[in-house]
Structures are given as C-alpha cells and as structure tokens.
Design a protein around this ligand. Sequence first.
Ligand code: UD1
Length: 375
Amino acid sequence: MSIKVINVVGTRPNYMKMAPLIEEMKKYPRDFSPLLVHTGQHYDKEMCHLFFDDLKMAQPDINLEVGSGSHAQQTAAIMVKFERVLMSYKPDLVMVVGDVNSAFACALVARKMRIKVAHVEAGLRSFDERMPEEINRRMIDAMSEYLFTTSDDDNRNLLNEAIPRKKIYFVGNIMIQTLLKFKELAQKRKILQDFKLKPKEFALVTMHRPENVDQESTFLPILKALRKISKKLPIIFPAHPRTIEKIKVLKIERCFQEIKEYNINNPRGIFILPPLGYLDFVNLMSNCRFILTDSGGIQEEATLLRVPCFTLRDNTERPITIRCGGNILVGTKEQRIVQIVSKAMGKGWRKVKLPKYWDNQVAKRIVSILRQELT
Ligand code: UD1
C-alpha cells in the first residue's frame, strides 16, 4: 500500500523547498501518493503563480484560498479548511516546510488528528520572539514526528528543547538543492538587458519582515542607510506587498524611483520593482555586487552563489551562513549598516566554505528515510 502524503505550501519561500521533494516522491509511485495543498496565504501572480511556472511544478491539487488576514484569522481559516481536507483524504503523513503561518496551522490540525507530521527545515532558531516565524518554528518542531535539519546548529537546538534524538535527521539544505538545479537556467534570463543593468554594477535589496517594515523607527533608519549606499551604487529593490503598503502609509514614495526611470548614464537611487519570479530573482542575485536583505532563505542562497550578503537584522536563525563566511549581520541602525558595508566591500569579500550537505541529494535523503520508516 502506498503512503498518502499531503504536502503543504502557502507562501513564496515554500515552493522551492517543496518542488524537489514531490519530484523525488513521484519516482516511487508504488510507495507514495503525494497530494499538494496550497493554503492560499500568498495568492498574487508575483508571489505565487510565477513560481509554479519557473520551478515546473504541477499545480496544487487543492487550494484553500484563505488569503490575507491577521495572524489569528489566517491561521484559523487555514485550520478549518485543512481539517476538512484531512477528513476526506485521510493521509498517513503531512509534510510542511519552513516556518510560515500555513505550515504551523496545518501541522497543528494534523497532529490533533493523530496524523504524523514531517518538518523540513526543523530546528532553525533566531531566539527572537518578535518574529512570528520563531513561534511557528518551535511549535511545528514540538508537534513533528520527523524533523529534517539543515545543520548541526539545528540538531543542537532541537536536543536543547528535549526533542528525542531519534526523531532528528540531518539531511542538508533543500532550498540549496533547488538553487543548484536552476542557477544555470536563471543565467539565461534577460532581466539585466530588460532593465539595462550591468553585472556587478548594482546592489540588490529585499526587505519585508514585519519587525523591520511595520515600525517607522526601524524602517526609516534602514531607508536612510540605503539612500546613502545608493549614492555610490544603484540599488535594485523588488518589493514585497507588505513593504509597498508601508511605503504608502508612511508617505515616503519620493525616496524611491520606478525601475523604468533607471538611467544607465546616471544610475543613482533606489529603484523599486514588483516581486520577481524565482529565475529572474536568482539571476539578479548572481549578478549583483552585494545583497542587503532581511530574508532568511536569501542569506543561504547568497552564500551558495558567493555573493556578499549583509543581513538587515540583529540575529539570524541561520548562523552557519556567518560562520562559513557568506553573510554578515549589519542590524538596522543607519550608521552601522553603512560602515559595515563600506568596510567589507573595501576589503574584498571573504572566502566562503560551503556547509555540509549543501548538495543535490537532500530530497533523496528525506524520501529514503520516509520510505524506510513508513512503508
Ligand atoms: C510571510 C511569512 C514570512 C515569509 C514571507 C515571504 C508568516 C508569519 N510570514 O510573510 O515568514 O518570509 O511570507 O514572503 O507566515 N500579500 C499580497 N499578495 C500576496 C501575499 C500577501 O498582497 O500574494 C499581502 C497581504 O495582504 C498582507 C501582506 O502582503 O497584507 C503580508 O502577507 P502575509 O502572508 O501576512 O505575510 P508575509 O509578510 O508575506
């Protein structure tokens, strides 16, 4: 009898983690019947549909279409709808990736219905409770039966929380597997030509964390730092819907220019554009001089691509990216950001030593463990 697995995605950073897992399960049709459920937490073309095309992923079998709301509204809406899916499909396993509200809501429903949960990217900890994701991570890990980790830090974090060792499997970094697969294809995209950008002659910025953009007291100092940096090197900023919304609320649109205003002869400023698909974004990451970001996954992707990464946060749940030389935490204070970036770029970037299991075998490791355990 094949194992019925419900795989959950909900937001932009989920798709590249789930794609290789489903592909690997489909190699064993006698062992696995995978179903893909999209919660609908992210629903725009740019935040969702572009990714299915780029990653050549089959469309979700079920879309819960929950959309936006407060944390409680979103989590509750997912739970109610996901419970119905579990009642009718009766899976053996629910697989969640990462730390977004969708993963937490679905893990909770499954666990209460005594359905096993597998968590891919278990054990990441920022130890910063201001991040809703940190709460989600702890809760998902506490509810999971199979915890697939990306590094020794994660193993240690889980053991410190009294998670039994036998539930923890160190398998490597699934998002890196996807990047390894697609990075050459991404180079063929024409986004540099489309925007008249020259390789290594721009910096790339992403910023969307609520603790950075929701409060003026954090957002404005970061923005001032970006403005200073952009006087020397143009900044390309594909902006998340949350950030666009805050820019409007704070009435600071004048600090930004539209990407169509980019002028190769006088390329100074912060140029904003809509969120990009996966391949276009990977292309920009590979070709920029450096990245400033508050994203989790981009710290790892930049490390693999050996592009200098400066993280606009005081902590990271991915400390391995710092230890291996790929990432520097610059915090959120104007002066500190500008100083660290200029100093690091003046000296030339450090030599990066990639962590163990950042390879193309991660999905294989996970699926083979599940086959062993569940068949
Ligand atoms: C979520 C995740 C975060 C992840 C991020 C990546 C949680 C707690 N947070 O944050 O970990 O890094 O996704 O993008 O789950 N919106 C749109 N179009 C969309 C999606 C969202 O306009 O397709 C708007 C929503 O209406 C909302 C805002 O963007 O106002 C934020 O969306 P939300 O899903 O609440 O969280 P993110 O900030 O995207």
